[in-house]
Design a protein around this ligand. Sequence first.
Ligand code: SAM
Length: 233
Amino acid sequence: MDQNRSRDVARMFDSISSTYDLLNHLFSLGIDRRWRNAAIRSLRLEAGHVLLDCSAGTGDMALTAHKRAAGIHTVLYDPAHAMLSVADSKANILPPSSYRLVRGVAESIPFPDSTFDCFTVAFGIRNFADLRKGTQELFRTLKRGGIGAILEFTPDRSRLIDRAFQWYMRAVMQPAGALISRDRDAYSYLSRTVQSFQTTATLETLFSEIGFRCKKTRKFSFGIASLFILEKP
Ligand SMILES: C[S@@+](CC[C@H](N)C(=O)[O-])C[C@H]1O[C@@H](n2cnc3c(N)ncnc32)[C@H](O)[C@@H]1O
């Protein structure tokens, strides 16, 4: 694993943590809430379940999960300290014993095999320094029969939508993101990684090679984002 890359990416997220939520909802026009709800619904959460929210960032997936299912326990896991601090301040509406914040990278998850009933990774896997290793760790720490939901931007969308999305990133997201967050590099990193990430088919092949059963893949908003629903057989 490239530890320098991991450290640089985490630092970059730390630097934009205070404006991350605002820009996230602004740029997605709030549509990300619908995507997140669909991802959480696919987990079929029940009271007593232990959920790993990998790449938890500012905690929106975990909060969505707790709104949907009472009595779950969540580990919010992320390498960026300042992102987790924002998550912590938002999570204070939850019972303190229902969640834990843990710092670290997906490539080395500090929990024993078969710890979690389910996991989510929302817009996180494209940041993994080693995608295969990170995904193997998600597999290892999931219980048999457990479900994982991975939400990510994927580049295989129709040409017209791709052009419109590229224009939107270049003309709106990058300049506005740089201005509001005061971090030009972060928003050019975000749009670069969104454009150059793996296709849906390549990701499905990787997930199957690791041992997951790909239960379903859903495309949202004309293919801008994809939701992979995975099971550990
Ligand atoms: C785009 S944010 C997504 C945050 C949140 N899941 C959401 O949906 O808003 C990506 C997150 O991935 C985290 N990240 C970066 N490198 C990582 C790694 N190697 N393993 C796990 N998470 C990582 C970042 O710190 C950041 O919080």
